[in-house]
Design a binder for this molecule. Structure first.
Ligand SMILES: [Zn+2]
Length: 102
């Protein structure tokens, strides 16, 4: 695994959580399209299921993360409702996330 430098920001604990989630698995695949993500825990791979703006207390909840590839993250953050619906969220997550409401 290479060493990567990240921009210094206020420590939120989020990065540490990313690395913990990453290290829990040997192989990393996009949870949406199964693309192989390699060994580099790019911060952009970590997507909040429920946006932190909506539920700040879930910002560091390991269950509130999906590890997804960059194109999927792009769709998840900025895609159409139909595209976002295809993400396999649990019903509970769908109910809590304002992204999924019709
Ligand atoms: Zn993907």
């Amino acid at each position: 695994m290479g060493r990567i430098k990240y921009k210094k920001k206020k420590p939120t604990g989020e990065r540490e959580l990313h690395l913990k989630l990453w290290s829990e698995k040997k192989k990393h695949y996009c949870q949406n399209c199964d693309k192989d993500l390699g060994d580099d825990p790019n911060p952009a791979y970590f997507s909040h299921i429920i946006p932190k703006s909506k539920e700040p207390k879930l910002r560091l909840d390991p269950d509130n993360f999906k590890i997804i590839c960059l194109p999927c993250h792009q769709i998840y953050e900025f895609g159409t409702l139909d595209q976002i619906r295809k993400f396999n969220l649990t019903d509970e997550q769908k109910n809590t996330s304002n992204r999924i409401t019709i």
